[in-house]
Design a protein around this ligand. Structure first.
Ligand code: CA2
Length: 156
């Protein structure tokens, strides 16, 4: 069985490709999900791709991730900069987290420069649009390979 990766998307990301193309481009979230599926299959990973506009729903999904998924890729949208509830849930899940943002949050307004998610993430990809999700999958695959190798040296 392939390792399972949960890809979580926060509020307003369902609007991708339909509004504000100068900031977020013309790619839709469905396009990004399809690209993730192709990349995951090449990397021998399984992906579950979800989006919610509700903080509590995201927290619920994160709480349920333990035991089912081996890593999470998280674009918490605006909750990145505000949600201690999402941070606490991610910390409790105790799974490797890779943070993704479409835009380079450090080139934008000062309030986007702080990320609660970053305080527990293994790493962050930002500024590469939807392609960043594929880079995050590559990083997840590598993290999981290294963890498997550390557990049973010489068998992978
Ligand atoms: O760059 C990112 O991926 C963000 O997580 C996107 C969030 C923003 O609040 C973060 O600071 C950075 C916003 C997502 C909103 O997406 C929209 C897409 C199209 C039209 C309107 C909003």
């Amino acid at each position: 069985m392939h390792p399972k990766i949960l890809v979580l998307n926060g509020p307003n990301l369902n609007l991708l490709g339909t509004r504000e193309p100068t900031i977020y481009g013309r790619t839709t979230l469905v396009d990004i999900e399809e690209a993730c599926r192709r990349r995951a299959s090449a990397l021998e990973l399984e992906v579950e791709f979800r989006q919610s506009n509700h903080e509590g729903e995201l927290v619920g999904w994160i709480q349920q991730a333990r035991g089912t998924y081996q890593a999470m890729i998280v674009n918490a949208g605006a909750y990145t900069h505000s949600s201690i509830a999402i941070l606490d849930a991610l910390a409790a899940a105790d799974l490797p987290v890779i943070e993704v943002h479409l835009s380079n949050i450090f080139r934008r307004e000062a309030f986007r420069h702080h990320s609660y998610v970053s305080t527990i993430a293994r790493g962050m990809v930002c500024g590469f649009g939807g392609f960043g999700y594929e880079l995050a999958l590559e990083a997840a695959a590598q993290l999981l390979r290294l963890a498997a190798e550390a557990k049973s040296p010489g068998t992978t």
